[in-house]
Design a protein. Structure first.
Length: 346
């Protein structure tokens, strides 16, 4: 509907403008007199002004249609531009900027996952961190968080939630089915969706939740995050488990971070991340007050490949206790000294 509406507006504006101009031109020619030709210029060669008007109107109509179609289908370095304006402050890519490939539709088949080792064997504490000012209870169940975004380096994140207090005979953590995992993070230009100050109200990209499957896994298809002032590149994660009556049993909020080497390369070389300038970023990992090295995840892949990056993270929760977890935005421990924010980084 947006395309049709803009097409009609473009055609109508061109049509009216040229008709008015042509009318004044005909009036000017009609007033011209010479000693040789006493008729209007077009009548002098056997063409009436009325026929010329009709011919001009037909030409104008088809030219207007061609203009709209060309706007809709114009190629842009191998990709089609969106009809709407690109999000501010993005600009056209420079000649040496590398464009990420199109997103691949996530496979509908469910991959098989091996058990991760128990936290007692080889795990690193994942610090609990503030949920930040951009948390919104959207209740959007979505594996594909990219929605209608055209640009961005693909990033596939598989999270596993497991019980750190229970293990099977092989010594592996018991997966938790039905745990809710919420993910949200900034777009390539540092903006969050559905935030009034960001002028993104009503948008829901890069937000969503999933319930873990029978093996405790949930996979999100998103893009590599952008940065914003005073914060390094990061992703927010919130995990909740529920009692039989539906009330929250356990809750954990944390943030995931990336190697600055990878972040710097993407922000400098890939459009539209690099549209903010080569030296615009003001905060790196070592300058972010929330950064925790234990929360830095490793990535497999490359931003130059069609699949982008992928990573897996295991979240271990101590579900033996019955009381709810505190949610004060800081790293916390139970009264028995067991940290509730533990993860195996894969």
């Amino acid at each position: 509907m947006q395309f049709i509406h803009k097409g009609i507006v473009a055609c109508t504006s061109d049509f009216i403008l040229v008709v008015v101009l042509f009318h004044f031109i005909l009036q000017a020619f009609a007033k011209m007199r010479s000693s040789v030709i006493q008729k209007r210029p077009f009548e002098a060669v056997g063409i009436s002004s009325l026929r010329m008007q009709r011919l001009a109107l037909v030409c104008i109509f088809f030219l207007s249609i061609g203009r709209v179609v060309n706007t809709r289908t114009a190629p842009f370095n191998g990709e089609r531009q969106l009809l709407q304006s690109p999000p501010s402050p993005l600009s056209a890519p420079s000649s040496n900027a590398r464009l990420p490939p199109f997103f691949h539709t996530p496979s509908s088949s469910s991959p098989s996952y091996p058990y991760f080792p128990s936290s007692a064997l080889n795990c690193t504490q994942l610090a609990g961190l503030t949920q930040g000012p951009f948390w919104i209870e959207e209740n959007i169940e979505a594996s594909n968080m990219r929605l209608n975004l055209t640009y961005g380096v693909p990033l596939n994140i598989t999270l596993k939630v497991a019980n750190g207090r229970l293990s099977n005979e092989a010594g592996y953590c018991v997966p938790i089915e039905g745990a809710r995992i919420d993910l949200w993070h900034a777009r390539y230009d540092g903006k969050y969706s559905d935030v009034q100050e960001e002028k993104t109200l009503g948008e829901t990209w890069l937000r969503g939740y999933l319930l873990t499957n029978s093996t405790g896994h949930a996979t999100f298809y998103t893009i590599f995050p952008g940065w914003y002032i005073t914060r390094t590149v990061h992703i927010h994660v919130r995990i909740r488990t529920y009692q039989e009556d539906g009330n929250t049993a356990y809750e954990d909020t944390t943030q995931l971070f990336f190697d600055d080497t990878i972040s710097t390369a993407i922000l400098a070389d890939v459009y539209p991340y690099n549209s903010r300038g080569p030296h615009a970023r003001d905060t790196y990992n070592d300058g972010d007050r929330f950064f925790k090295e234990s929360n830095m995840i490793s990535l497999e892949g490359s931003f130059t490949s069609s699949d982008g990056y992928s990573t897996s993270v295991e979240m271990i929760l101590p579900l033996k206790q019955s009381k709810s977890l505190p949610h004060n935005g800081e790293s916390s421990e139970r009264d028995d000294g067991v940290s509730y924010g533990i993860a195996c980084i894969r």
